[in-house]
Write a protein that binds this ligand. Sequence first.
Ligand code: UDX
Length: 429
Amino acid sequence: MRISIIGTGYVGLVTGACFAEVGHNVVCVDNDTAKINLLRAGSMPLYEPGLEEIVKNNVAAGRLRFAHTVREGVEAADIVFIAVPTPPLPDGSVDLTAIERVAREIAACLTEYKIVVDKSTVPVRTGEKVAETIRRYSKTQVEFDVVSNPEFLREGFAVHDLMHPDRIVIGVSSQRPVPPMKEVYAPFNAPIIVTDINSAELIKHAANSFLALKISYINALSVICEACGANVQQVAMGIGMDRRIGTSFLNAGIGFGGSCFPKDLSAFIAISQQLGYEFGLLREVQKINAQQMDRFVKKITDTLWVLKDKVIGVLGLAFKQNTDDVRCSPAIELCHRLRREGAILRVHDPRAMGKARPLLPDATYLDNMNDVPEGCDALVIATEWEEFKQLDLEHAKRVMAQPIIFDGRNLFDPEEMKRLGFIYRSVGR
Ligand code: UDX
């Protein structure tokens, strides 16, 4: 199929690259000239495991190219995907100006039937608005269809999630775009669910809110576990092995972050409110998430008492493992809290130090995680990177001013840490 993707962020670039990988002809469009020039020069504007290789291979094979204008994208494709940002507004609702602008730009260059697919996360009923806008701004009476096709990829696993999706959701208002959309996704061997557009749009917010709810549920349980001496990981395993519940997204910690969950929760609460429903359950999910961070900071201050001029080592800056993304990162929030109390920070992250620097300019950045503990009054684990489990704990104990570890991601075994002589505080254990 001939496909174009408008918007070359995480979603757009990964989607475009994976579509090319399965044999489609793809043009990725972005109005950020610097980004397109970077991609044309063979550099990646973001880190995502496996992405660079796929992009390079498919550019070389002639199936993937980059363009500056929506016109180039529309002319080169039968199906135009919109994957532009939909950032939050101060009241939690969604800023749809980029979607509206792209819809107008597409309208201006429609000369034959096209399928316009919304891949960005948008409030329910945006598809209707996009269709209305294209109709209004198109100079000709040319036919088109608007389709909603939400993405479910996780940062850090985006290529994997795209190549091996659990399901594909296609929201349509007529049957005409269904066969071509099925053709786009045929190589991925995943179940395809065809719905109406409003349902497809709702599925995205409902799925992310449910996952956030699952994390807040286990975080709330971690408080109960601490109060009664139970172990939240054992409880999570015990409830998760009921297949109706499932074991994933039951890791207690310092709360969820990232560019999706916090934003999508706020958006879904705002959307529900506009539709006349006060989604109190989701407000509680947000509240538990905020309290989880407060509790963790209190654990640190309860143990260290005064933080002013204490040296604290922080392992992890990204909002989760396998990414360089620090947007809405609980680890960065934690660092800010510690800085506000006057602590001196020594930090390390395998991928996110570059993006963290402007947000935390006065921390000391260390390339090797084993250099972080030197002289520290405490060490904090803030992101669930697998490699932190390889930290040389005996060396850490020798070089720290005090052997205290606050593990916000439950990476280590409390018994083992006790045996090594650490004062060790984790979450819900
Ligand atoms: C999420 C959804 O998973 C994805 O389907 C959607 O398309 C975009 O939003 P992402 O934001 O990349 O993906 O990250 P995810 O892996 O879902 O983690 C989100 C946050 O939850 C991270 O801060 C992570 O540390 C936290 N988390 C996750 C937990 O605290 N506990 C868990 O058990 C799982």
